[in-house]
Design a protein around this ligand. Structure first.
Ligand SMILES: [Zn+2]
Ligand SMILES: [Zn+2]
Length: 274
């Protein structure tokens, strides 16, 4: 498996003529890191995905926020603080985010087990997805369940980081294996919520939408979108790209994500006056 050629990555961004100058500047492929060839245990070596160009994305007729369905809901399963994750998600998607009161999953009839190897408590994802679907608010674009407890999708599996029902616009994700690292939590929310917009895994650049096979690979991917996926999300939501970068820079600074704060700041410096 070889690295993706720059010409292929540029073609995936599509024709940018007619876009506003600052947006075109933000999409300049030379400002982004190209995707290196995968190592033997990495995602792309084991899941040879074809990639999804901007044009293919538009033609797939994906879900988009509407005047009726415009809010991203976060549903904690249990008691924990989602203030930072909420702020990050709001800035990343430029959409309102509402954190729902914690769900008492003890009384919610969610199947659980003790993991056959490690003995830790695990919740069955399909039960949670069914419950979220029943509780989906009328103005929800999507609802994401979040838990600090480990998950499993099926008795035959050891564990799963999360699972989504994209058509039903619900997903559930566990932060149990992220050891309370807020950067990992914010990154996983950005990645998984992007899937809710019909954005598939990225093979073109180093990008928060890169697939990942193991924790080291997810830690290595950046927190930001590449130009192909930035263009997709902007097409869906319609935000001002520089305003989004300014907000993300300030949330990243506040959260202590220094590299990302700097990266977003640089993009504003580079393109904000275009
Ligand atoms: Zn994914
Ligand atoms: Zn990408």
């Amino acid at each position: 498996m070889r690295a993706v050629a720059l010409a292929v990555a540029i073609a995936a961004i599509g024709d940018t003529h007619g876009l506003r100058p600052a947006f075109r500047c933000a999409l300049d492929p030379t400002a982004y890191e190209s995707m290196p060839a995968p190592g033997p245990n990495d995602w792309l070596a084991n899941h040879p995905e074809p990639g999804q160009t901007f044009d293919q994305f538009v033609r797939s007729n994906p879900n988009r926020p509407t005047a009726q369905r415009h809010t991203i809901y976060l549903q904690p399963l249990g008691q924990f603080d989602l203030t930072l994750v909420k702020e990050w998600t709001e800035a990343f998607f430029m959409m309102p985010v509402t954190v729902r009161p914690p769900l008492d999953f003890g009384s919610a009839h969610i199947t659980s087990r003790k993991n056959p190897y490690g003995g830790q408590q695990q919740l069955l994802t399909t039960d949670i997805l069914a419950l979220l679907q029943k509780q989906l608010p009328a103005d929800a674009y999507c609802m994401l369940g979040i838990t600090m407890i480990d998950l499993y999708p099926d008795p035959a599996w050891n564990f799963v980081f999360g699972q989504a029902a994209l058509r039903e616009r619900v997903g559930v994700y566990s932060f149990a294996r992220y050891e309370g690292d807020p950067r990992r939590s914010c990154k996983v929310l950005a990645h998984e919520t992007s899937h809710m917009f019909g954005i598939e895994h990225c093979i073109y650049f180093r990008c928060v939408l890169n697939g990942s096979n193991h924790l080291a690979e997810s830690d290595a991917r950046p927190m930001h979108l590449c130009p192909v996926d930035l263009r997709k999300l902007q097409w869906s939501v319609g935000f001002d790209v520089m305003e989004r970068y300014r907000r993300l820079s300030s949330v990243a600074k506040k959260a202590g994500f220094r590299d990302e704060a700097e990266w977003y700041g640089l993009q504003v410096q580079r393109c904000g006056k275009s």
